[in-house]
Ligand binder design. Sequence first.
Ligand code: NAD
Length: 419
Amino acid sequence: MEQLIGNELYQNVVANLEAAGKVINIDPNILERLKKPKRAIIVSVPVRMDDHSVKVFTGYRVQHNQTLGPWKGGIRYHESVTLSEVAGLAMLMTFKNSLVQLPLGGAKGGITVDPTKLSRTEKQNMTRRYTSEISNFIGPEIDVPAPDVGTDAQTMAWIMDTYSQEKGYAVPAVVTGKPLEIGGSLGREGATGRGAIYCMEEMCNKVGLKVSNLTVAIQGFGNVGTFAAQCGNELGAKVIAVSDVSGGIYNQKGLDIQKLLAHYKAKRTFEGFEGCERITNEDLLAMKVDVLIPAALDGVINKTNANAVQAKYIVEGANGPISNEAEEILNKKGVLIVPDILANSGGVIVSYFEWVQDMSSYFWSEEEVNQKLRQMMVPAFNHVWKLKEEKQIPMRLAAMAASVARLQKAMLLRGLYPR
Ligand code: NAD
């Protein structure tokens, strides 16, 4: 378990847990249990590459806490994935699920790989072997993975198929974020970005702003970033800058998001998109906007660049995008941060809906999904806001405190086995 400690995200989550524990006067035994995951799995993933050589990748699945129900959390393919990062992300899932009152525990998985360097066949081979290696530890009632950075609906389809082949029958509920044709849910693909925008709307209601008057910058133009741009744009917010790993684009008058989405979908790059200037990712983070939505990776806003941030509001689409040191700086500057476990919970909420639909083999309309998403997110936002106001604490601390309070009650009721 000592290997868990290296990553900054993990350390930040533990520090936030300790701080939240003080707010709710946590039972020290509960605190100790929550600091470490229940189980951490490391697997070798040998893959036959297109040139017939065999490359061995390292895969992880960390299952943090299952007090409230089956483990749930995404699978990340990225070259910087480590056991410690996955453990930190798994902890965040526990707190996210508890905060939005889902009957689910927290887990995360990943493979240390740059998926953009793999062919489709290599990616499929790797996904299937990884699934097979962890198949004893996942399942609809055990642990239900979903997409994260570097994985998508197709990846989930391969996982679902591999697991089902091993069982001998179709098991759609083993993963969420699947294509619709094999048991996916309408509304799942856009749920995280949409949920972040629901939070931005609620935040505007609280601080007396109009969404249609906002300027927004979004870092990351993948699943979360594109849907946040689209939903924000639909509500009239002016998205003036977006970026991906290669840098970003900017137009003070607002980017034409519909055209940009079509361009990016076809070309997978901002190159050639007209009516904008090129900027770097650092420029984007420092942009003078009302709302900044980091929707890429963790730790992107840190002590080296936090002072440069000019946005007054940050809605965390990504998990852990702001380091604790940066958060201190931003808090001092009076920046209001809607934290990840609230702001990006739309993804796991609709994943939960997908799991429910798969388990009952009865599917809902997109309208119903979006409506139910809002019904879960708005009360969670209000609950956190109320606690923030009552205790005069930052929103992240309030969100963690609300989450841990619920979890603590459940853990104490279940008790420790054996005594
Ligand atoms: P994705 O792989 O679809 O997109 C990631 C985006 O980030 C891409 O545009 C990529 O080019 C960009 N990026 C990568 N490295 C970057 C860098 N160094 N600087 C700037 N941009 C960079 O991933 P996603 O699913 O959209 O996830 C993004 C974040 O949201 C992650 O932190 C993830 O954990 C979190 N999240 C995702 C979901 C979900 O449903 N997909 C749910 C909750 C939280």
